[in-house]
Design a protein around this ligand. Structure first.
Ligand code: SF4
Length: 332
């Protein structure tokens, strides 16, 4: 079996603030295979976006990053800023949450897409423009030859997100980091953007999808990584994690699938042991000890970090439902 395209191991991101140091990412590990879509899910503030930004070091300069990120044979966490700049927007591209703020209002969308091409490819202006028009057509902008010289304010929110996706895929990246790519658009536009992202992944691109919307995950993702308070607590194939969520936090997340957008006001969260223990209905004394290790929970590749799955567990405690909690129907 070939190495994964992306491997994140023990990633930690500490960000100093006026209120103290925030442990935004606190020991996150996962992999993405070539051509695979992996979704990072969890409430707002769970560390999904900072994890995504840490991969290509788009975090504040004051942040401290430890752990390892490997991408296509290179250790990104060892690279200098200049070397990372050659990778960002080229082999790894980002799509951000708010497309209007990601686009420059002063320049035409065509100029912004062409700049993404010429920054990393040795092409003449004319060829860059031809590619730009083709990209606008590929992401579904009607009359791309005419719209190429329009400015962002002349596009709808959904079209701006399509332009942002065109910029991201301009250099045919191996990995797309898509942070809430459908959050700021209405339901109809969301469906079209999901179809577009699905089509792009079928072309062989890998995607890390960051979202709090489990229905988007069910549509697009091959595998899911669940985050709680900066830590990963469950991972596995989408059907397994949503059908039989194993970690008590994932179970709560799936049960309230329609309303997980905002992070709960949960007061002080423990910094040691299992961070979910103040809210967990299954907490026992052991949950305050070592941080629980990931243990297999059934289907191949499905694992959860909870003491009740440890080898020495009490067999009378059963956390996972025998009936599927959620049926995932994928339209890919
Ligand atoms: S380790 Fe303990 S507190 Fe954490 S999810 Fe499992 S049972 Fe609940």
């Amino acid at each position: 079996m070939s190495d994964p395209l992306l491997s994140v191991e023990g990633l930690r991101t500490r960000i100093p603030t006026e209120e103290g140091v925030v442990r935004a990412v606190d020991g996150v590990s996962f992999e993405i295979d070539r051509g695979e879509t992996v979704a990072l899910v969890g409430e707002s503030g769970s560390g999904k976006t900072v994890t995504c930004e840490t991969i290509t070091r788009l975090v504040p300069e004051t942040a401290t990053v430890t752990g390892e990120v490997r991408f296509d044979g290179e250790t990104l966490t060892d690279l200098e800023e200049n070397a990372l700049r050659r990778i960002r927007g080229n082999r790894i591209a980002h799509v951000f949450q708010n497309p209007r703020s990601a686009l420059d209002p002063v320049y035409s969308v065509g100029d912004q897409i062409a700049e993404a091409i010429t920054l990393h490819r040795d092409v003449q202006e004319r060829e860059a423009r031809e590619r730009t028009v083709a990209l606008l057509g590929r992401v579904g902008i009607p009359n791309p030859g005419e719209r190429v010289d329009d400015h962002p304010h002349e596009f709808s929110g959904g079209q701006c997100q399509r332009v942002a996706i065109a910029i991201a895929i301009a250099c045919e990246p191996a990995l797309l980091l898509a942070d809430e790519p459908t959050t700021s658009v209405d339901v109809t536009v969301q469906a079209r953007l999901l179809a577009l992202l699905s089509e792009l992944t079928e072309g062989g691109m890998s995607t890390l999808l960051v979202t709090h919307d489990l229905r988007v995950v069910a549509t697009l993702a091959d595998r899911v990584v669940v985050m709680f308070e900066g830590q990963t607590v469950e991972r596995g194939p989408t059907e397994a994690v949503f059908g039989r969520p194993a970690h008590p936090y994932t179970q709560a997340l799936v049960e309230s699938a329609a309303g997980v957008g905002e992070g709960a006001d949960r007061g002080e969260v423990p910094t040691d042991g299992c961070r979910f223990r103040h809210e967990c209905p299954h907490a026992i004394d052991a949950c305050a000890g070592e941080r629980p290790a990931f243990e297999p929970v059934g289907s191949p590749g499905h694992a959860a970090a909870c003491v009740h799955y440890a080898p020495e567990r009490d067999p009378s405690v059963v956390l996972a439902e025998s009936e599927p909690a959620w049926t995932v129907s994928r339209e890919r």
